[in-house]
Design a binder for this molecule. Structure first.
Ligand code: GLC
Length: 429
């Protein structure tokens, strides 16, 4: 096992988020009882569950164990959902639609808040019981719907360029590339590995990779006011970076079925010079065992068309299911998970990016992660995905467009024109 000190790098984002909300939220019993600011509505104490995607970090159970030691009568149990974000969403939606009480706390992807809040599947959180000034503002925004807090910011995320330092050193390359052209020039000098990968399977990760490519070429999927504007020359240049990458071999064919973990394994085998990934992989790739790149890789901001690229804002927030008992316990559990102590412990153990701003300026952590400040600054331009009540349909449309272009079923022009049409129907503010 690698010691924590070996994990010298990780990153964070902060960004502005445009919230596009189409549906009306009505008032529920909780709201009437004062759910907006009164924890009285969140009542009941006893055992709870945490529904969360597969714990690739491996540290979630440790965090829950610590809570359980201190709360013998209010034990939390993890219900592990699939690894793929769409499959997680599907299970959480089905659960909510049947008003099941099986999930107490939901580890919600940042893109699902509007849908879950508008459908009244999650309880409003008492804003005054969280010191929101301490969290990265962009992360907090992802947990809000119509200016109310529905999910507490827990983990943030941004795409980073992981590079195989060993291969670059051997080719005499000293610095990570800042543009796509530089990256391809670097690859031409490296022998024995494929150039670049990301996550191109047809799921949420493809929405992320597509959005990053578009934004890194100066385009947008939706503009700052939330209006779709994806049928543009800039968006085409972004999509073509990926389409041409598959055509000319810059991206290996098998990457069309990569999600996060498949791409991590390829990088750890030494099969890739570069790949796009979230911060969580830093700790795992640094661990002795299956990883062949321990101490041999680095992390840099994503490259773009004419300079540094623009990562997509990711992350997870904690919400309370409307249908679960023991909501007072659930609220305390969320406060525990989002506390400075827990976020610090999780960062050290997992390299996942915390939402508490102070951790990025902490001298001890900066010593362990020397590039913390630089990366925080360089990632300030992370872009949110559309926050729509019908997010499931929005992401399906993006995935369909991107996948048909990457697999040669549609030209980039047609894929983007179709996508603009569909998004126009789905996102009406
Ligand atoms: C990461 C991000 C999340 C994103 C997902 C896509 O878990 O934190 O926001 O939707 O990856 O695969």
């Amino acid at each position: 096992m690698a010691s924590v000190s070996r994990m010298t790098r990780f990153a964070v984002i902060a960004a502005s988020v445009a919230v596009v909300a189409a549906a009306c939220g009505g008032s529920s019993d909780d709201d009437k009882k004062g759910g907006s600011g009164d924890a009285g509505a969140l009542s009941g104490r006893g055992p709870i569950t945490l529904a969360t995607g597969k714990d690739t970090s491996g540290n979630m159970q440790n965090l829950v164990n610590t809570w359980n030691q201190q709360h013998p009568k209010e034990q939390a149990r993890i219900i592990e959902l699939p690894e793929d974000a769409d499959a997680q969403r599907q299970q959480m939606v089905q659960n909510a639609q049947t008003k099941s009480n099986a999930y107490s706390v939901l580890n919600l992807d940042v893109v699902w808040t509007a849908e879950f809040a508008a459908n009244q599947w999650i309880a409003q959180l008492p804003k005054d019981q969280f010191d929101l000034t301490k969290f990265l503002p962009a992360a907090t925004k992802t947990g809000e719907y119509r200016n109310n807090l529905y999910a507490a910011p827990w983990k943030t995320d941004a795409g980073l360029l992981y590079y195989n330092k060993d291969l670059l050193d051997k080719a005499g390359i000293k610095e990570a590339p800042k543009t796509w052209a530089e990256m391809q020039q670097d690859c031409a000098k490296v022998k024995g590995a494929k150039c670049y990968a990301g996550q191109f399977e047809k799921y949420e990760g493809l929405t992320v990779n597509f959005s990053e490519a578009v934004a890194s070429a100066g385009g947008v999927v939706v503009d700052d006011s939330g209006k779709p504007n994806v049928n543009t020359p800039q968006a085409k240049q972004g999509l073509d970076f990926l389409v041409n990458g598959f055509k000319n071999g810059m991206i290996p064919k098998e990457a069309i079925s990569y999600k996060e973990e498949e791409s991590r394994r390829a990088f750890e085998k030494g099969d890739l010079v570069f790949y796009r990934q979230w911060p969580y992989a830093y700790a795992l790739s640094s661990k002795e065992g299956d990883s062949k790149v321990v101490d041999k890789f680095g992390v840099a901001p994503l490259p773009g068309l004419n300079g540094p690229g623009a990562p997509t804002l990711g992350g997870h927030n904690l919400a309370i299911s409307k249908f679960a008992p023991n909501k007072a316990t659930a609220l305390d559990f969320i406060k525990y998970l989002t506390s400075e102590q827990t976020e610090r412990a999780n960062l050290i153990a997992s390299s996942e990016a915390p939402t508490l701003a102070a951790l990025y300026d902490d001298a001890e952590l900066q010593k362990k992660f020397p590039y913390l400040t630089t990366l925080k600054a360089s990632l300030l331009n992370a872009k949110p995905r559309p926050q729509a009540v019908r997010y499931g349909d929005v992401t399906a449309a993006i995935q369909e467009a991107a996948y048909s272009a990457l697999t040669g079923k549609a030209t980039s022009d047609k894929a983007l024109a179709d996508l603009q049409n569909k998004l126009g129907q789905l996102i009406t503010s």
